[in-house]
Ligand binder design. Structure first.
Ligand code: SF4
Ligand code: SF4
Length: 429
């Protein structure tokens, strides 16, 4: 149709005003390569790399163009075309995509290594000597905002089966993620505890794996398919009613496993079973769980805690899960939810976009923080680890009030459950 309705939804078009930086422009470039009008050469590759993959263009499109599928095919084609030309890049990709992410034990080792770095005093020395200045700026900044890691995954902390508290509502499988379980395993632990509190038996299948999102978005589709099959098998054998994700980036590919495996008829039914049962943590808590026992606000006249919610693009645009987190936050006693302008617009994190495309990522982050500052919120709440780190970076660089905090919605909700010893009106400011 080429109607252009998608243009105002696209963050890179809004920033540059260039047709080539818009969904319509990128689709035209893809078509030109398919029609042999142009090669999938370096300028084409650069243009495709500028796309955040946020998929804000999809809900805006009246013709229901599946842009996410097109960009993945384009990246696949680029990979095929350039594979023989790559040297060290190929090595790094192989190490990360094949040697690290698909191996939970190696991811656990990574977590243990990070913990050692953080607790042994090495981190303090690195920071004191400004050694992070030797790294590219974006990576040095990331080092400062990494959470303190627990060094062991959720299944090591809680076991692989957690019983529902009170009357049982159902049985769910927790999708723990690879980076999520290495770096945010405390959030995984709290996810399982919230689910148990809401009446679900929680199973954490040991045979599960990385979701394959980074592989699929980077032209490594075959590896993504292999990971999808392992996950389907693991959760099928666990006999769960639903699969719960607490990271929008992972959840979005889990709900599209049926598309990922659509060319393999022997897998289609299993993949549909998996995709149809995958839910985001906020959606299942709000729509299916028993009401959580949130602590009542204590103390008279206590100021409400002001929060604003930054959408995870993939949770909002692919899983259509933007409403439940807001409803949960809005239901909390003593919490005031203030909507941020353009909350659904990408913060610039987008997987590894903030490392590979720092200029555009920083422009988007600065804009996002202008909007966050306008809310005067105490907390920016998110539903994805990448967005969380990006928001922490944004606060460090651009917050008007440095006491502002970024927090995953699971951590925020868990802290407000009644059994918590923390008084609700003691906020960190
Ligand atoms: S992708 Fe959809 S919204 Fe964008 S120009 Fe094409 S038809 Fe219009
Ligand atoms: S995925 Fe996001 S950045 Fe890419 S074209 Fe669509 S709206 Fe623009």
């Amino acid at each position: 149709m080429r109607c252009g309705f998608c243009l105002p939804a696209c963050p890179t078009f809004r920033e540059t005003g260039l047709e080539a930086e818009s969904p319509r422009g990128r689709i035209a470039l893809m078509k030109a390569t398919v029609d042999d009008v142009m090669e999938p050469d370096v300028p084409f590759e650069e243009q495709m790399s500028h796309c955040l993959g946020c998929r804000a263009c999809e809900p805006a499109c009246p013709a229901d163009v599946k842009y996410g599928r097109l960009i993945e095919q384009a990246r696949d084609a680029i990979e095929l075309h350039t594979k023989q030309h790559r040297g060290w890049v190929k090595g790094v990709r192989k190490l990360v995509f094949q040697g690290l992410f698909p191996h939970p034990k190696r991811m656990e080792l990574l977590g243990k290594g990070l913990k050692l770095y953080q607790r042994s005093g090495l981190r303090a020395v690195v920071r004191k000597t400004n050694a992070t200045k030797l790294l590219p700026k974006q990576l040095g900044d990331m080092e400062r905002i990494l959470p303190d890691v627990a060094g062991k995954g959720v299944a090591k902390t809680l076991g692989t089966r957690i019983a529902a508290k009170g009357e049982r509502v159902g049985t769910v499988g927790l999708f723990r993620g690879c980076l999520m379980d290495a770096m945010f395993s405390e959030t995984n632990r709290k996810t399982a505890e919230l689910l148990s509190e809401a009446g679900f038996d929680v199973v954490i299948p040991e045979a599960q794996n990385c979701c394959g999102a980074l592989h699929a978005h980077s032209g490594e589709t075959e590896q993504a398919k292999e990971l999808a099959k392992r996950n389907i098998r693991a959760f099928r054998e666990a006999g769960v009613d639903a699969i719960v994700s607490n990271a929008g980036g992972c959840g979005a590919i889990l709900v599209e496993y049926d598309h990922l495996l659509h060319e393999e008829p022997e897998w289609l039914e299993e993949a549909q079973w998996f995709a149809n049962r995958t839910k985001d943590i906020s959606s299942i808590l709000w729509n299916e769980g028993r009401t959580l026992p949130f602590a009542k606000q204590t103390g008279s006249g206590a100021e409400p805690v002001k929060v604003t919610y930054q959408d995870s693009c993939h949770l909002k645009n692919v899983m259509k899960g933007g409403a439940a987190p807001r409803k949960l936050l809005d239901s909390l006693p003593g919490v005031e939810l203030v909507e941020m302008k353009d909350a659904g617009s990408c913060c610039g994190s987008a997987g590894i976009y903030n490392i590979t495309q720092p200029d555009m990522a920083n422009r988007l982050l600065e804009k996002k923080m202008d909007d966050a500052n306008s809310t005067t919120a105490h907390y920016i709440v998110t539903s994805n680890p990448g967005c969380l780190l990006q928001m922490k970076l944004g606060i460090e660089r651009h917050a008007n009030d440095k006491r502002m905090q970024a927090v995953h919605i699971v951590d925020f909700l868990h802290e407000r459950i009644e059994h918590s010893n923390r008084p609700i009106d003691k906020v960190n400011r």
